[in-house]
Design a protein around this ligand. Structure first.
Ligand SMILES: CCCCCCCCCCCCCCCC(=O)SCCNC(=O)CCNC(=O)[C@H](O)C(C)(C)COP(=O)(O)OP(=O)(O)OC[C@H]1O[C@@H](n2cnc3c(N)ncnc32)[C@H](O)[C@@H]1OP(=O)(O)O
Length: 180
């Protein structure tokens, strides 16, 4: 089925902020995290930026492939803001097209291509040298919709309790869960 942008989705151009402060992809509280900033696009699409830091190296002076996959995963995950669902990555297939040096800003864009029940299909690209620069990485993904209970059941007690004691975190999560 064609994806449908939720009527309460953030407006195109709006910065989305972190879904969880400790998130390695988007959280502000992770010193070595990606601090990826995502913005709502048109339809069910997202743009995001991430600058490769020295802590993200694999080979000398180059981004680790797993970190680049994280940037793609996080950008793809941000699409859920536009659907107003909570979903986790079930499958992530990544192409590494060119090496990405430390200091490079990766310009990411992602879109949902189809939704089938709980399954959300999406794809993303990461470009270097600007939003219209050459493609360095791309991915196709399948996210699966879950309830807040997924995290409560599986997450470590310590972090779950802290998240549940944070009214903003709970409000955000519950608002997504009651997606009509
Ligand atoms: C107070 C607390 C606050 C919490 C606030 C939360 C805030 C919001 C946080 C979001 C965070 C995002 C962060 C970034 C995105 C990550 O990185 S998420 C982390 C990485 N991913 C995971 O940990 C997921 C681990 N996997 C799982 O838990 C389970 O396998 C899943 C994905 C939930 C699916 O399990 P399930 O619910 O039992 O569903 P299942 O029936 O197996 O599959 C459903 C359908 O999907 C298909 N499917 C499932 N997996 C696959 C696969 N790998 N390949 C192909 N098809 C698949 C199945 O075939 C099935 O298809 P149909 O038969 O319906 O046609």
């Amino acid at each position: 089925m064609k994806p449908v942008r939720h009527p309460d989705a953030p407006a195109p151009g709006q910065l989305l902020g972190a879904h969880y402060g400790e998130c390695f992809g988007c959280g502000g509280l992770q010193p070595h995290g990606l601090h990826l900033q995502a913005r709502a696009g048109e339809g069910v699409s997202i743009t995001a930026e991430f600058t490769v830091q020295p802590a993200h190296q694999g080979a000398p002076g180059l981004a680790h492939g797993g970190v680049l996959a994280t940037a793609l995963d996080e950008t793809l995950g941000s699409l859920n803001w536009l659907l107003r669902t909570i979903a986790v990555t079930g499958r992530l297939e990544t192409d590494f097209v060119r090496p990405v040096p430390v200091g490079t800003t990766l310009h990411l864009e992602a879109e949902v291509t189809a939704v089938a029940g709980r399954k959300i299909y999406s794809r993303a690209t990461g470009r270097v040298g600007g939003p219209d620069g050459p493609v360095a990485v791309r991915a196709e993904a399948l996210f699966i919709e879950v309830k807040v209970d997924h995290f409560v059941q599986h997450g470590r007690e310590e972090e779950i309790q802290a998240a549940m004691n944070d009214p903003d975190q709970v409000r955000r999560a519950r608002a997504f869960e009651v997606n009509p």
